[in-house]
Write a protein of this length. Structure first.
Length: 212
């Protein structure tokens, strides 16, 4: 019989907005439209579950991450499209409760006395238009040429959210007559186009060296 192995673990994140990927948006002055960008005042906890199983030469793994409350949209969070240029009477609101999950299946087999592995995978996100693709499918092949050296090739196809999803339009309009002139785009001007609905396909060649 094949040797088999199963592993399951779960975790909790106190504030996912503080993660490197998201904080790079919240701490960007151009994204938030302010000279003093910062993280949202409300923390957004998240939880994750990870599982992997091996049965002889076959393996599979899955990952799931979800927030417990809505995540603030970092784009123009200050209400400005740039410092001193108001475009929104209120911030653009929340992104909803984002989720990210993925599944992968692989097969390990020998090629010319070298161990190799081929895998296919699928990944999906929700409520993250303009941040991550809505879905990704991929195929990956790796061969171990030496104890410390691997080479591989992969093909990824990403699909964006539907066109216009996540778009933001101005809500302030022109300045009120008699007030100090402020440069503002006309009402309902698109200031953030949102998702494109497009697909992109990327190939990748890689080599890795293992250190003891």
């Amino acid at each position: 019989w094949f040797n088999s192995k199963f592993n399951l673990n779960a975790g909790y994140i106190a504030n996912i907005a503080d993660a490197n990927f998201l904080s790079s948006y919240y701490l960007n002055a151009l994204v938030e439209g302010t000279t003093v960008p910062g993280l949202p005042n409300t923390k957004v906890p998240a939880w994750n579950v990870n599982a992997d199983v091996t049965f002889g030469p076959f393996d599979a793994n899955g990952h799931y991450v979800a927030t417990t409350r809505s995540l603030a949209n970092p784009f123009f969070l200050s209400g400005n499209s740039s410092p001193g240029n108001p475009v929104l009477t209120t911030p653009p609101g929340n992104l909803g409760k984002p989720t990210v999950w993925g599944l992968e299946a692989g097969l390990t087999f020998p090629v010319a006395a070298h161990q190799s592995r081929v895998a296919i995978g699928y990944q999906k996100t929700t409520h993250l238009a303009t941040f991550l693709p809505q879905r990704r499918i991929y195929a990956d092949y790796m061969v171990n040429l030496a104890k410390w050296f691997d080479v591989g090739i992969a093909i990824f196809q990403d699909r964006d959210y539907n066109i216009g999803e996540g778009a933001i339009t101005s809500t302030t309009g022109v300045s009120v007559p008699g007030t100090v002139p402020v440069l503002r785009p006309p009402l309902n001007t698109i200031i953030h186009a949102g998702a494109t609905g497009n697909k992109s396909t990327v190939g990748q060649l890689r080599a890795s060296i293992k250190f003891a």
